[in-house]
Design a protein around this ligand. Structure first.
Ligand SMILES: [Cu+2]
Length: 356
């Protein structure tokens, strides 16, 4: 602590000496006993500004054009077209303002570089300019925000009643998928029940969960609304489905949702892109740990008939894991026994009293 104090005092002393030295130079300049040396670096800096503007601008344009296709995969959802339109409207307006201000910034730095004898123009205030550059951006921003808010509330509002429900749960480092069975109701899950077999934490004492099934990939029907129910088991993840323009956080302890309507089947997209291996993808886009890069899931968009056929083939979790189902049956049998045996019922309050 003492050493730190001494070091601090030394640094402060150095700063004070530096300021005194600078003060001395300034007084000598103003008293006329010394002239300020501008040197060649002034001109070099001015030229570097222009070089940076041209080279930097060209590099930006090249990287934008080169990555355009990666940033803009073909749209395969209904709302995707609206969000895309909004994105590009915002991008064009901001792009024009950004280019204009940056070009002026660098060109003026060059144009108004130091010249002997030239004095800066004193221009402290102008009401007209203040009003113009406050009102115009405020109106434009309000318009953009309003359009965004309108679209966002439409997308994130309640899903249509007949929507296909799919639950996606993020975990380090993969996605788990659960579908409600024929009853269209997802059963209760409990994180305390999670183990190597019961990865979702199915509570099979809830009848709604008996026909729920898990799937290795997401299947959805074309032209039908899909409600994604999103959860996380451990840390923050994010569901990112670029072709559907869907992105939503998967937050531990806070379920989120997103509904969308796919417009192109996987086969149609394969034909359009000319890539026979094309698959829609759900990727995690929230850095969540060392296996984050591999956190992907395939999505298959089927024709409605194919989807129905796929759905019919799926076996429920309880059917595939009779041991887990049996363990719940045992538990409930014991509970029934306890409730119906008067002796057992009498023991419970007695022990509870004793423990107090
Ligand atoms: Cu991740």
């Amino acid at each position: 602590m003492t050493t730190l104090g001494i070091l601090l005092v030394l640094v402060l002393l150095l700063v004070v000496f530096g300021l005194l030295f600078r003060l001395q130079i300034l007084t000598s300049i103003f008293s006329g006993s010394s002239t300020r040396e501008v040197g060649v670096s002034n001109r070099v800096n001015a030229i570097l500004f222009i070089i940076f503007l041209v080279v930097g601008g060209a590099a930006f344009a090249w990287s934008f054009a080169d990555n355009y296709d990666k940033m803009n995969p073909p749209i395969a959802s209904v709302h995707g077209h609206a969000t895309e339109r909004m994105f590009w409207t915002t991008m064009i307006i901001l792009g024009i303002v950004f280019t204009l201000t940056q070009v002026l910034l660098f060109v003026y730095s060059y144009k108004y570089q130091h010249k002997e004898g030239r004095r800066a123009f004193f221009f402290p205030h102008n009401n007209k300019i203040e009003v113009i550059w406050t009102l115009i951006p405020a109106i434009v921003m309000a318009g953009l925000v309003f359009a965004g808010w309108k679209e966002w509330t439409r997308i994130t509002g309640p899903a249509p009643k007949d929507a296909v429900v799919v639950e996606v749960m993020g975990k380090q480092f993969n996605w788990l998928v659960r579908y409600p069975g024929r009853d269209q109701k997802l059963g209760v899950v409990n994180y305390r029940l999670i183990d190597a077999t019961n990865e979702f934490g199915f509570d099979l004492s809830d009848q709604n969960g008996i026909d729920d099934f898990v799937a290795p990939e997401i299947h959805v029907p074309k032209g039908h609304p899909v409600l994604l129910k999103i959860r996380s088991r451990d840390v923050l993840h994010a569901v990112y489905m670029p072709h559907f323009r869907v992105q939503m956080y998967a937050v531990p302890g806070m379920p989120t949702k997103f509904w969308f309507t796919p417009t192109m089947t996987t086969d149609e997209m394969r034909a359009q892109t000319g890539n026979p291996k094309f698959t829609y993808e759900l990727a995690c886009n929230q850095i969540c740990g060392r296996g984050h890069f591999a956190m992907k899931l395939n999505i298959v968009v089927d024709e409605p008939d194919d989807y129905v056929a796929w759905f019919a083939q799926q076996k429920s979790f309880s059917e595939q894991n009779p041991d887990v189902l049996a363990s719940f049956k045992q538990k409930s049998d014991k509970l029934v026994e306890k409730e119906t045996t008067p002796a057992a019922a009498a023991v419970v309050p007695a022990t509870a009293k004793a423990s107090l």
